[in-house]
Design a protein around this ligand. Sequence first.
Ligand SMILES: Nc1ncnc2c1ncn2[C@@H]1O[C@H](COP(=O)(O)OP(=O)(O)OP(=O)(O)O)[C@@H](O)[C@H]1O
Ligand SMILES: CC(C)(CO)[C@@H](O)C(=O)[O-]
Ligand code: BAL
Length: 290
Amino acid sequence: MTEAASGIRTVPTIAELRELVARRRADGGRVALVPTMGALHDGHFALVRRARELADLVVVSIFVNPLQFGAGEDLDRYPRTFDADVAALEALGVDAVFAPAVDEMYPNGRGGTTVQAGPVGSQYEGASRPGHFDGVLTVVAKLFNIVQPDVALFGQKDAQQVFLVTRMVAELDMPLRIEVVPTVREHDGLALSSRNRYLDAGQRQAALVLAESLRAADAAASDGPSELLAEGVAAFGDHDGVSLDYLVVVDPDTFLPVGEDYRGRALVLVAAIVGSTRLIDNAFVEVGGD
Ligand SMILES: Nc1ncnc2c1ncn2[C@@H]1O[C@H](COP(=O)(O)OP(=O)(O)OP(=O)(O)O)[C@@H](O)[C@H]1O
Ligand SMILES: CC(C)(CO)[C@@H](O)C(=O)[O-]
Ligand code: BAL
């Protein structure tokens, strides 16, 4: 374990992290966990700031989890900016960075015990990334067991992840609260994402179509689900180098697509490939008027 002057610690092992958390918990302190894959940006920092408000001890995990990447995905080239990440977290008053090696988390490799995300886990993101959410829930469950936080924070940008993690916590009776933080955007509406680094200037501009499609869907929401979807999809019309993966409107309570008679609050999910980079975004809308 290494300790900087201000007291941030980078902890590579489960045993050391458990010890550190147990010491603070013995003083009656509340513990918050912010799980990340590093390459931190202002979206992550919003989670960390909220964690700082909620807890006495803030743990940020940085772990690029191989279990949630499919064959041919960007596991090897996923951006890694560890020193800058730790410096930024130190400035935000984070107490500990849990940064385990892959062997520390999966000493028996792949093929061990995993959490199954269920049917919603194979829809939308899960349809394009088979096994992704089993990998996410498995590592998140491990992190919850290791840190045993009072609260864990997740970003609304990964809406399906939020839904599945919240449902896992409820269905497996995990004793913690999930706090969801709104999506942080660039001034022009692009949702911050570590994968935005893959975009060149032209692709960065083209990527605005995701947020535009959500705005178009919102503007048509009062007319009903099919109008909303038609307008959202139409926004992709003339964007070269962008291919729409899915645009769907779901009931936030079930994550199932809404029927044509649906009225009320709904969630529009969009995913598109810009160049070779897969990006996602989402927005709440009021179907059928306010
Ligand atoms: N723009 C954002 N606003 C709010 N939270 C975010 C944002 N981007 C990421 N997060 C949240 O930060 C946490 C860690 O996410 P992760 O490390 O995968 O970053 P990411 O930017 O989503 O990366 P990726 O490019 O892999 O999607 C997740 O809970 C995620 O939802
Ligand atoms: C929650 C998470 C850190 C699990 O690896 C990851 O899916 C992410 O960064 O959103
Ligand atoms: N932001 C979710 C993690 C992933 O894309 O693998």
